[in-house]
Write a protein that binds this ligand. Structure first.
Ligand SMILES: *[C@@H]1O[C@H](CO)[C@@H](O)[C@H](O)[C@H]1NC(C)=O
Ligand SMILES: *[C@@H]1O[C@H](CO)[C@@H](O)[C@H](O)[C@H]1NC(C)=O
Ligand SMILES: [Zn+2]
Length: 505
């Protein structure tokens, strides 16, 4: 056989089993100049001319995880609580858990008229402080005239094509008419609107009722937010989107089967309604909160709260049958044992078990998301796991096929190499082994059967579990300008329908 001067690569991964959203197949992967450049028959690149060759030993090789729901270094939204992870510690935790791209929030506070200011501030926090690549979602706390006008240019000029609004939380809740104004602008500018759907007025009223009976324990957090509040708000969000000529929306962190069924119905009717769920609704239940003694339940306080076992099963079904487009962590960490800015900041002499209404809402999970879901191949096909944790987030948030795929010449070399998938492996999750700056994990003691062995970001090994752990550098992560969602050709469908026309009612 003629042997021309051997092509050279920066990195080769040999003897792996590649998993994408569509295939599971053994291939070798060659990387050059930050891109995947070649997929070749398994073993054929074992002695290629490469700066480095990783032998995957039969382990799975997947596109790097994309976590599209992450809160880092945000200003306090719950009185005293401040997120425990900044960009540095949050993204360090990300790469150790196989995540190569995150989309955190650029939060606009209620008293601020400008979105561009919030964006500039978030850029300043992230720049040279991120171990992984990142984009931003706008978090619209105040849809002022100025903010809505800024949205005219933000997608094109800033590369930000999604925003999030809230139907709850005093500091962030929008009225229905404000939501309509945001949706209308979003439709015109091809921005995907993410909606936190819980009825804030009702849950505040229920909270007052609980407090009037002196029920302050963390566990009453879930009593104050029954599933119907989520189903009602989800239904309302879908109705509001339909009024704005079916503008695309994504319901974030869905936990309730009633909400999921309503979403499914809208999808069946052809409405561009997408949904996200999170590990806390697949791996935790209300019992984790209820069974804790004293204040420990606060470790599981997030919104919506984890539900019962039957709900958990229904959410698994929804992931499997496509109701849920993506699985994100909603990493929103607060230290537990911290009386100044963590969960314990709500404990006072008058309230020795705290006041659940003042517990900062949120839990950490950026590092455990992929190991947990990858250990669930008895419940979900591997291709589905990659789809909801990498490929669909990339499509939904305008990063595909640069991210979330393994297309030679096109996709960034963002990859996770897993340990060989022998059945006996068992890894117990402990907070001490994680890389965030938070003093607990709600998954303490849960077992997984695999963990990212190597994480590769644009061709560089940034995590090597057995040899050095974190190898990346906090100035390596790049800001990603994003395009409008490419999922299901959704904006073409919207264009065909024509603009919102109030006289059409
Ligand atoms: C390997 O690649 C390097 C850099 O391109 C080149 O200098 C060298 O000749 C190559 N070796 C072989 C055996 O082809
Ligand atoms: C798919 O999952 C959703 C959400 O759990 C559920 O409402 C729906 O009934 C399921 N559909 C089918 C066909 O299983
Ligand atoms: Zn969130």
């Amino acid at each position: 056989m003629a042997s021309p001067a051997m092509e050279s690569f920066d990195l080769v991964i040999t003897n792996g089993v590649c998993v994408t959203a569509s295939d599971v197949a053994a291939f070798d992967v060659a990387i050059k100049d930050e891109k995947i450049v070649l997929l070749a028959p398994t073993g054929s690149l074992a002695s290629a001319n490469a700066t480095r060759i990783i032998d995957a030993e039969g382990g799975y090789v997947t596109p790097g995880g994309i976590d599209a729901h992450v809160h880092l270094q945000e200003p306090p939204m719950f009185g005293k609580g401040t997120t425990s992870d900044n960009f540095e510690s949050g993204t360090r935790s990300a790469i150790a858990g196989g995540v190569t791209t995150i989309v955190p929030f650029a939060p606009q506070q209620k008293h601020e008229p400008s979105l561009l200011k919030a964006l500039a501030e978030t850029h300043d926090k992230a720049r040279d402080n991120s171990y992984c690549d990142y984009g931003f979602h706008l978090l619209v706390g105040n849809p002022s005239e100025q903010a809505l006008a800024e949205l005219d240019t933000i997608p094109q000029e800033q590369g930000i094509t999604s925003l999030k609004i809230y139907m709850t939380y005093t500091a962030l809740q929008l009225r229905d008419d404000q939501i309509l104004s945001v949706l209308l602008k979003a439709r015109e500018k091809r921005i995907l609107t993410m909606i936190h759907a819980e009825n804030g007025d009702v849950l505040n009223w229920l909270t007052d009722q609980l407090e009037a009976r002196r029920l302050f324990d963390p566990k009453y957090h879930s009593h104050s937010r029954p599933p119907i509040l989520e189903a009602e708000a989800t239904n309302r969000a879908i109705a509001l989107s339909s009024i704005i000529a079916n503008t695309p929306i994504l319901l974030v962190h869905v936990s309730d089967p009633g909400a999921a069924a309503r979403i499914r119905q809208a999808q069946t009717n052809g409405q561009p309604v997408f949904a996200e769920t999170c590990p806390q609704y697949l791996f935790l239940t209300r019992d984790d909160l209820e069974s804790c003694s004293g204040f420990d339940g606060a470790k599981h306080v997030c919104s919506p709260p984890p539900r019962d076992r039957a709900s958990q099963d229904a959410i698994w079904t929804g992931v499997k049958n496509g109701t849920f487009t993506i699985l994100s962590s909603d990493h929103c960490p607060f230290n537990f044992d911290d009386a100044d800015s963590g969960k314990k900041a709500c404990i006072t002499e008058e309230h020795p078990v705290g006041r659940f209404r003042h517990i900062p809402n949120g839990i950490p999970g950026i590092e455990t998301r992929l190991p947990l879901i990858f250990s669930s191949s008895d419940r979900l096909p591997l291709t589905k796991i990659v789809e909801v944790s990498a490929t669909n987030p990339a499509k939904l948030y305008g990063l595909y096929p640069r991210k979330g795929a393994m297309i030679p010449g096109v996709s960034d070399a963002d990859l996770v190499v897993w340990y060989p998938h022998d059945t006996g492996r068992s890894i117990t999750i402990t907070n001490g082994a994680l890389h965030h700056a938070t003093d607990y994990t709600p998954y303490e003691g849960q077992t997984v059967n695999n963990w990212p062995r190597f994480t590769v970001l644009r061709g560089k090994v940034v995590w090597d579990k057995d040899n050095g752990g974190i190898l990346g550098d906090k100035s390596y992560g790049q800001f990603l300008k994003r395009l409008p969602t490419s999922l299901d050709g959704i904006w073409d469908t919207v264009d065909k329908q024509g603009p919102f026309d109030v006289s059409a009612f």
